[in-house]
Design a binder for this molecule. Structure first.
Ligand code: NDP
Ligand code: 8X3
Length: 256
């Protein structure tokens, strides 16, 4: 399916997987609606996307945890940007790596508000238009963490298990419409993810990837573009991908 001229809305496009996905869609000649909180970083991604072939880019300063702001951002899109074809629900984060019974409640709130409620708010604002227009594709970012829970990560893993349920539920509820729903479930991807989890502790973040070659954000972007460019009657329900050094969220082969 040709993606040329399609409107692709990517949340969390200022960094990592979201930024790489913006550039992968740019190379297909799409029109990009990019959202995140850090406007400066978003502007940099927008500029590279235009150089990489995007037909047009429109950026939105958006915190997906704010329901009213999300609805308002969609309701007030310029008319030429309103007909979103592809939504990539990518904004997300982890905070902390703690035993559940010692966990920080603010960290829990931030993960659940972003990864679960933010995903719901954006989907609720965008999907009705897709149903009315009779076309659309929602891609949600899940994780191997949503398939198997790992120690000290229960709340992040739970947020991704929720994503899995929401993804499947949305696909069931859209049955009878042509709107497609896909979850992309990567294992470890080297982005700012661990730096954010450990609140800027670079040494601790680097240890996460020690001795393995993790996925690159471009590998995940490639899977997203593949899933959305299948023929219109094909719905890819789930793509699970890891580095060859990872079997699942618990099992790694680390080189000394
Ligand atoms: P990054 O930290 O590099 O990027 C996260 C993105 O999410 C940033 O653009 C950030 O933008 C945005 N974001 C975070 N909170 C909000 C918010 N409240 N409102 C709007 N945007 C927000 O991490 P990744 O690229 O790795 O993560 C992207 C997604 O991929 C997440 O959902 C993550 O759970 C998932 N994932 C990551 C894996 C990994 O190993 N890295 C593996 C599996 C899944 P800003 O701060 O500017 O708002
Ligand atoms: C991110 C992958 O294993 O670091 O979802 O939680 S992991």
């Amino acid at each position: 399916m040709s993606l040329k001229g399609k409107i692709v809305f990517i949340t969390g496009a200022s960094s990592g997987i979201g930024a790489a996905t913006a550039l992968a869609f740019a190379a297909k000649g799409t029109r990009l609606l990019l959202a995140a909180r850090r406007a400066g970083k978003l502007a940099q991604v927008a500029s590279v996307a235009l150089e990489s072939g995007a037909a047009q880019v429109h950026s939105i300063d958006l915190d997906v945890r704010n329901h009213r702001a999300v609805q308002n951002a969609i309701d007030t899109l310029p008319p030429e940007w309103a007909e979103i074809d592809i939504l990539v629900n990518n904004a997300g984060l982890s905070r902390g790596l703690d035993k559940l019974y010692m966990g920080n409640i603010e960290d829990w709130d931030e993960m659940i508000d972003t990864n679960v409620k933010g995903l719901l708010y954006v989907s609720r604002a965008v999907v009705p238009g897709m149903v009315v227009r009779g076309r659309g594709h929602v891609v949600n970012l899940g994780s191997t963490a949503g398939e198997i829970t790992y120690p000290n990560g229960a709340v992040y893993c739970a947020s991704k298990a929720a994503e899995r349920a929401i993804n499947d539920g949305l696909r069931q509820d859209l049955l009878g419409t042509p709107v497609r729903v896909t979850t992309i479930d990567p294992g470890m991807v080297e982005t700012d993810f661990s730096l954010v989890r450990f609140r800027g502790d670079e040494e601790r973040a680097a240890k996460v990837y020690k001795g393995i070659t993790p996925l690159a954000p471009e590998d995940v972007a490639d899977a997203i573009v593949w899933a959305v460019s299948r023929p219109a009657h094909v719905n890819i329900a789930r793509v699970s991908l890891t580095s060859v050094h990872q079997a699942n969220s618990l099992l790694f082969h680390r080189q000394p």
